[in-house]
Design a protein around this ligand. Structure first.
Ligand code: 5AD
Ligand code: FES
Length: 353
């Protein structure tokens, strides 16, 4: 089948095979992209209109016990600056975010055992108690079923855990032997089972990645059916083993965003900070190709530069309020409206109506 036929098929609700995804990802021209973006825009509009949900991100700890080869927070990076926010500091970020209009808070950190289950539950339930009607997303890595369940019972609504790559062999090239794709994916199924709104995702252009790997990511997404999919380009961090690898491109990342929009029409899809980092208009391009979420930073200014997953990360020098205003301008410049409602995924609203 020709690329345009494959795109038509996806748009019409059909599904592509692994080989079809691979062909489309490996080889597409400008007119394929144009068609794909037009359809992705249309499908996003069908479920979300021109609303872009904003979620306030609090990066509460830069300590990590893992050693992923791509990540600036890996434990072997002795140059990384480490910090931990107290419960009070985290609550303060959320209150400040509330004043700026945010109603969803994403608490993200490295895998840091300092924050025991008890501490996490206490933080989650305190935010829920103090801030009426907010949603809490956790993004704190791989945990046991029991831990995930405890956070959920404490009030966590959503969980983000990128699968990073669906291919087991590729996964083992990006991670030390202590981490496995199988375990990672099991965590995602556990989270779905418990009843979270689940977000997963992957990096585009990570070292050793092939078009076939990205096609596998698409099949994995179709199988898991997450409520949210966050993707961004791989960006080299100079103090990691992958320092000299090329970064992913805007073009391929935006192409994958649009493919995800057609594959999971109702999913929440963020235009990520990594995309904004490799391209000053990256976030806007992502939104125009089917994304519908932005996650500006609410972390205290003095620690922002310490949460360096990759080099040159943007939005590390702007106060939360500036970031909010900047994002508003950017979204409005391409005809979109930032909204701060809870912003459940469209399929979640239906199944829980
Ligand atoms: N480039 C791009 N994204 C990265 N992440 C970690 N390191 C990098 C990097 N060097 C992403 C991973 C992780 C998320 C929190 O950040 O996908 O899941
Ligand atoms: Fe953060 Fe522009 S969105 S400064």
């Amino acid at each position: 089948m020709k690329n345009t036929e494959l795109i038509e098929k996806l748009y019409g609700g059909g599904s592509l095979t692994l080989d079809e995804y691979t062909c489309l990802i490996a080889e597409h021209d400008e007119s394929d992209c144009e068609l794909l973006y037009q359809y992705a825009d249309e499908v996003r509009n069908r479920w979300y209109g021109h609303d872009v949900y904003l979620r306030g991100l609090v990066e509460f700890s830069s300590c990590c016990k893992n050693d992923c080869y791509y990540c600036g927070l890996r434990k072997s990076n002795k140059k990384a600056k480490r910090y931990r926010l107290t419960k009070e500091q985290i609550l303060e970020c959320c209150h400040e975010g509330y004043e700026l209009g945010y109603r969803t808070f994403v608490l993200q950190s490295g895998e840091d055992d300092f924050y025991t289950d008890e501490k996490i539950c206490d933080i989650v339930s305190s935010i829920k108690r103090e801030i009426d009607g907010c949603a809490i997303t956790l993004s704190i890595g791989e945990k046991s079923y029991e831990s995930y369940k405890a956070y959920f019972d404490a009030g966590a609504d959503r969980y983000l855990l990128r699968h990073e790559t669906a291919d087991f062999e590729h996964y083992s090239k990006l991670h030390p032997p202590s981490l496995s794709a199988k375990r990672r994916q099991q965590c995602l199924y556990d989270l779905m089972d418990i009843g979270y709104q689940v977000g997963t995702g992957f990096m585009v252009g990570s070292p050793f990645q092939t078009a076939w790997n990205l096609a596998q990511d698409m099949i994995f997404l179709r199988t898991l059916k997450p409520h949210m999919v966050g993707i961004g380009p791989f960006i080299a961090h100079s103090d990691t083993p992958f320092a000299s690898f090329d970064s992913g491109t805007t073009e391929l990342t935006v192409f994958m965003i649009a493919l995800i929009r057609l594959t999971l029409p109702k999913a929440n899809i963020p235009a990520t900070t990594a995309l904004a980092t490799i391209d000053p208009r990256g976030r806007e391009k992502g939104i125009c190709a089917g994304a519908n979420v932005c996650m500006p930073n609410l972390s205290p200014l003095d620690i922002r530069k310490k949460y360096m997953l990759y080099d040159e990360k943007v939005c590390t020098g702007d106060e939360s309020a500036q970031c909010r205003a900047c994002l508003q301008r950017r979204l409005e410049s391409v005809g979109f409206k930032p909204v701060v409602s809870i912003g459940d995924c469209a399929c979640w609203n239906e199944s829980n109506a």
